[in-house]
Design a binder for this molecule. Structure first.
Ligand code: UGA
Length: 433
């Protein structure tokens, strides 16, 4: 098949590379020339395991990138995915202007694309956006009609950063939101290799497909906040929350995954999506109290780490080490990382913050936000002379830290991820254990 993809961020690029791997011809459209150049050179504009190898194999063969929507006309796509960002507005709702602008730009060439192309929204958008914003933008600019001249569909992604290629090739489900058979058949053809392997297909309408994405992320985020709430209770009682989590995880209805209590969730998805669906629900007149509480508990976890620190040491004028800056291990992404409120809290207390993350990209990204913080390239010099250390990300290498803590001037270690070994000589405070 001929597949167009508008937007080449971590979703658009992963989808492009993986669909080329399925044997499709792919054309990426992105307004950023440097991204277009990178893709055509077979280089990933984002860092995801396995992505570079796929791009190297297919770039220039069956995968091409362009900044000109007109190129789609000759390419004649059967399907065009919109994989554009939906940033957060001040009130937590999503800003759909980028998706709308992309749909308009696609609309200007849609009239000249032969056949019955299907436009598929892959971006995470609140229920109604595809029907009320994307469809009308395409119709406006093309003069064509949804369901008559071209099709409209929603196909959310469930890709985790750090394992996006693997997740694409081994999904637990495919969600196809469509209003007509032609759109459904097109999506079935795009994903034929996965469907043949037995991946379940959820065949639904546009709005339900949009909602499924939010429900999926809201449920997982709330699960972590619930185990964090339970973990906080355990800590008050002096009970090990991880022992409790292991026990309840044996109940199939609960399941063992996403029960690691600690500093909470960050990244570009859970914080944005929970806020957006709460805002969208309120606009409909419903106040989702449990989801709001999940957000509140998440916001509180870094504060609890700082409270634990305060209970042992006054850090004003002291060196304090922060270990872990990425929002989770295996990525350079620091968006909504729990390290941000931690560093802010330490600076408010007048501490001199020294930070380390094994990923140099994560250090660079955080340095842009905190020019006053010293970022070092390994754990030992970061800990050296520090009155206290706070562990924010569960990078595997932190599990091996031991004698490095003896370089500290103090001995307080607040562990937000249960990664450091508790031992004599350290005043060790686990966040929920
Ligand atoms: C998440 C979802 O897992 C994907 O299915 C979804 O497609 C994606 O958002 C998205 O909407 O695009 P991601 O944000 O990459 O993926 O990361 P996760 O691995 O799910 O971790 C989210 C956060 O939860 C991390 O900060 C992690 O440290 C935290 N977490 C996770 C916990 O604190 N405890 C746990 O037990 C599990």
């Amino acid at each position: 098949m001929q597949i167009g993809i508008v937007g080449s961020g971590y979703v658009g690029t992963t989808v492009a590379a993986c669909l080329a791997d399925f044997g499709h011809d792919v054309m990426n459209v992105d307004i950023d020339e440097s991204i277009v150049r990178a893709l055509n050179d077979g280089e990933a504009p984002v860092s995801e395991p396995g992505l570079d190898a796929l791009l190297e194999r297919y770039a220039g063969e069956s995968l091409f990138a362009t900044s000109d929507y007109e190129d789609l006309v000759d390419f004649a796509p059967d399907v065009v995915f919109l994989a554009l960002p939906t940033p957060t507005n001040d009130d937590g709702s999503i800003d759909t202007s980028i998706v709308e602008a992309g749909a308009e730009a696609l609309g200007t060439v849609l009239a000249d694309i032969e056949g019955h192309p299907i436009v598929v929204v892959k971006s995470t958008v609140v229920p109604g956006t595809t029907q009320d914003v994307v469809g009308p933008a395409l119709e406006r600019e093309s003069g064509k009609r949804v369901g008559v001249d071209f099709g409209l569909a929603v196909n959310p992604e469930f890709l985790k950063e750090g394992s996006a290629v693997e997740d694409f090739n081994d999904p637990d489900k495919l969600v196809f939101g469509t209003d007509d058979d032609r759109a459904l058949e097109a999506l079935e053809a795009v994903y034929a290799p996965l469907i043949e392997e037995g991946t379940p297909v959820v065949d639904t309408d546009l709005r339900a497909a949009e909602m499924i994405k939010y429900a999926n992320n809201a449920f997982l985020a709330a699960k972590v906040s619930l185990i964090n709430d339970i973990g906080n209770i355990c800590k008050e009682f002096g009970i090990d929350a991880y022992e409790v989590a292991d026990a309840i995880g044996l109940d199939d209805r609960i399941g063992e995954q996403f029960l690691r209590s600690g500093a909470g969730w960050g990244g570009s998805c859970f914080p944005k999506d929970t806020k957006a669906i709460v805002a969208a629900a309120r606009e409909q007149g419903y106040d989702p109290q449990l989801l709001q509480a999940a957000i509140d508990v998440n916001d509180r976890q870094p504060q609890r780490m700082l409270d634990l620190l305060d209970s042992h040491v006054d850090v004003e004028g002291e060196r304090v080490a922060v270990l872990g800056l990425a929002f989770k291990p295996g990525t350079d992404d620091v968006r909504n990382s729990r390290a941000i409120p931690i560093i802010e809290g330490l600076q408010e207390r007048g501490a001199e913050v020294i930070a380390y993350d094994p990923n140099v990209g994560a250090r660079d990204n955080m340095a842009e936000r905190f020019p006053d913080v010293e970022f070092l390239a390994s754990a030992s010099p970061t800990l050296s002379g520090a009155a206290a250390a706070l562990v924010v990300t569960d990078w595997p290498e932190f599990a091996d830290l031991d004698r490095e803590f003896d370089l500290m001037s103090g001995n307080v270690v607040v562990d937000g991820r249960r990664i450091v070994e508790r031992r004599d000589g350290l005043v060790y405070e686990g966040l929920t254990w």
